[in-house]
Design a binder for this molecule. Sequence first.
Ligand code: SF4
Length: 441
Amino acid sequence: MRFFIENFGCQMNDHDMEKMGSVLIDHGHTPGGGLEDADLVIVNTCCIREKAEQKFYSLMGRLQRAKRKRNLIIGVTGCIAQQEKEGIFERLPFIDFSLGPSNIHRIPEALENASGASAFSAFADNGRSPSLTIRPHNTRRGIKGYVTIMKGCNNFCSYCVVPYVRGREESRASADILAEVAEMASRGITEVTLLGQNVNSYNNGSDDISFPRLLKKIDAIPGIRRLRFVTSHPKDISDELIGCFGTLRTLCESIHLPFQSGSDKILSLMNRGYTASEYLEKVVALRERCGDIAITADCIVGFPGEDESDFEATMRLMETVRFDGIFSFIYSPRKFTAASALPGIVPPDTAHERLSRFQKLQRTITLDANRRMEGRRVEVLVEGPSRNCAEELMGRTRSGKIVNFTGDESMIYKLVDVDIIKGYANSLRGEIPKPEGGKRC
Ligand code: SF4
């Protein structure tokens, strides 16, 4: 059967998509075709933001029409599946199966039942899920590999649906993670990103090793050249973890550290567990340890109760930190969450106007950060041809910035030194250093 997986959402979802693809390949199915001609379409969903949910339902309308015209098996996985559980079959009666994120290992079973009278479903989320330990084939990403180290979250930020749809925190055994990374290294993967909703909580309350110890052990695996992790919660960044930056050979000089708001009143309403000044203390400690660290973040604008002074506090925090990049969103109420019942809804026009001011300022800060790279020589991991120009190559610095430069195909998947000659809003332009005392042709 030819399959196609449509994915919405975060890196965790990207990785779940790879896992599902690998399970399907192992059971004799072939990737290929698109929405228009695959025999099996799986839609891996996200309900973190309203927009992704709206896009999902509009895609399902298209798939329903396609199913009327040809034999097509349709499955829904991910957060919306988990959120709606059996209710999804009332809204989408034409789908053949629905699996929560902890049940994606059951796809073969779902397919066996696809011709049955009733749709197949699995939403259990108890104990260590086998889905956590599926090792995907590295079919899409060349020398980059992703490893889930934990799932779920115990934090219950008031706006976030993750604890309800991904369950409580579950960490994977360190021995299993280390074996997977070693096996990836033996396949030529040089950059590993550790994934989890809150990786800093890895193995909290367990006898297994802590997150910083895990980083140290991965750092010692031969063949691994770059190590990243996402996502971190500011309240859980320990001194030991901060001490890993600038010390571990492979640990890249970048961190994604969502701050969400610069107002203590809003942070408290969000149940984030830190104040703006505590957040800034972590940033100072990270920069003292590793001056070159690139810091990116998430921020929500227009949270219930946010007034102009709260928003100004957010803008001040942003200017103080001068982030390398920020993913910013207008707040949207999510099912189950405490914030959805909060008073003080910010009018949409006000929220949009604040987001636009916010993004305008961040664009200038990002551009400034990129321009400050001009004249520096950096190590770039070359990922392939540039998206904008097939004759050029594209790679990333250790700090995660995109660099486009002219080079030859033999450089793809290698680490090369590149001189940065221009910083733009979203990327850098580089050139291969000229040989000492000679001309480059
Ligand atoms: S830390 Fe907060 S925002 Fe992040 S996944 Fe957990 S509940 Fe959601």
